[in-house]
Design a protein around this ligand. Structure first.
Ligand SMILES: C=CC1=C(C)c2cc3[nH]c(cc4nc(cc5[nH]c(cc1n2)c(C)c5CCC(=O)O)C(CCC(=O)O)=C4C)c(C)c3C=C
Ligand SMILES: [Fe+2]
Ligand SMILES: [Fe+2]
Length: 347
């Protein structure tokens, strides 16, 4: 029986009010996030972090001063361990967590994985849609950490899984009752994803294309003829032009059209500041002010069994593949055919 370490990547979030500014410093030190020459980033990153800290502290203060992203990810890791134990008699799998901008960092997790002594390692970003700013940044960070602790077990990467059947099934099961609950059926389903600067997408990042693939696959699974739906982008920060339409504009448009809103966070798989504050408080207030007759925020897929089973399937499929990295579950083309940044190419 082979020992497999599955490393789950997520963004991480501050665990106290004092952690907010150092968390932001880590985020803006990432060359994938702040795309300026290194000597500029070394000064500009801490400057932006200091300027953003009071706003971010106010955001986290609304949810008890800390992000729940780590306990949420730990629950997913435990559920994945159980799903893999049920499905895989040939492998003994254990899930580890590596966060990009707050504890536990890749360096600490790489040391724990080394101590576990795996025969193989599977890297699994908790981002269904691949972006250079998220999955690729985490994997680059992991490679450095693994090298520095001398972790050299054969490693496979899950690049992305925007239409993985478990993800789509879990999403549709959460969305369907919210749509059915809207009296009179005058409803618009908004798929809200974290935005990105336009220049990141122009640079060959598959994220926006994959967000749209996920939304379309969920609509198909819902099978509601004539369903009114749209994709939109939230969480803009900084002076650059970001991809649109923005979630704010879509909420105002729904209000103008007299439509109720059912909003599904299509690029987040757990709860944190962007869902609990931006979607549940700020956009709910905006919807009210904009005349939206009803606003329903759908929960993230979290530990829904269909989603966790889908992750387990991805792990087992990745272990069975000869390729260094896999995209999706084979039900759509790998993103390397269209995007130079696909992790299949990078590996
Ligand atoms: C799909 C997921 C995400 C992408 C893409 C992404 C890009 C991105 N983010 C920022 C800046 C910030 N993000 C912040 C919080 C945050 N971002 C994501 C996910 C993606 N980011 C998550 C899950 C979270 C929440 C963390 C938590 O609460 O646990 C923040 C901090 C909060 C705030 O100040 O608003 C910043 C800043 C940029 C610049 C960017 C792409 C270039
Ligand atoms: Fe973000
Ligand atoms: Fe890919």
């Amino acid at each position: 029986m082979s020992r497999v370490a599955v490393v789950l990547f997520n963004l991480g979030g501050p665990d106290s009010p004092e952690a907010v500014e150092p968390f932001l410093r880590n985020l803006f030190a990432d060359p994938a996030i702040l795309r300026v020459p290194g000597f500029v980033r070394r000064f500009l990153g801490p400057f932006i972090a200091r300027r953003r800290a009071p706003t971010a502290q106010a955001i986290y203060a609304r949810i008890g001063g800390r992000s729940p992203i780590l306990p949420q990810t730990q629950a997913q890791a435990a559920a994945l361990d159980a799903a893999l134990a049920d499905r895989s008699p040939d492998h003994s799998c254990r899930a580890f967590i590596a966060m990009r901008y707050w504890h536990p960092f890749s360096a600490q997790t790489a040391a724990a994985v080394k101590a576990y002594g795996p025969d193989r390692v599977v890297l699994l970003p908790l981002y269904p849609q691949m972006s250079t700013t998220t999955s690729q940044s985490s994997i680059d960070d992991w490679r450095q950490a693994a090298q520095s602790v001398g972790l050299d077990a054969p490693t496979r990467i899950v690049c992305c899984y925007p239409v993985q059947s478990g993800l789509i099934e879990a999403a549709a099961a959460l969305i369907r009752p919210q749509i059915d609950a809207v009296a009179g059926g005058k409803v618009r389903l908004l798929f809200s994803a974290h935005g990105l600067p336009e220049k990141v997408i122009r640079g060959g990042d598959p994220y926006q294309w994959q967000v749209e693939c996920t939304a379309r696959a969920i609509v198909e699974r819902l099978g509601s003829a004539g369903l009114d739906w749209a994709v939109c982008y939230q969480s803009r920060v900084g002076p650059l032009k970001w991809i649109g339409p923005s979630t704010d504009d879509e909420i105002r448009r729904a209000g103008g059209d007299g439509k109720a809103v059912v909003l599904f966070p299509v690029a987040f798989v757990s709860e944190h500041s962007e869902t609990l504050v931006e979607l549940d408080i700020e956009y709910r207030e905006l919807a009210h002010r904009s005349g939206v007759p009803a606003y329903h925020r759908v929960a993230t897929v979290g530990v829904q069994p269909a989603f966790i089973d889908g992750l387990a399937e991805l792990v087992l499929r990745t272990l069975a593949e000869p390729a260094q990295a896999v995209c999706n579950d084979g039900s759509m083309p790998a993103c390397d055919s269209r995007f130079p940044t696909c992790l299949m190419r990078a590996s």
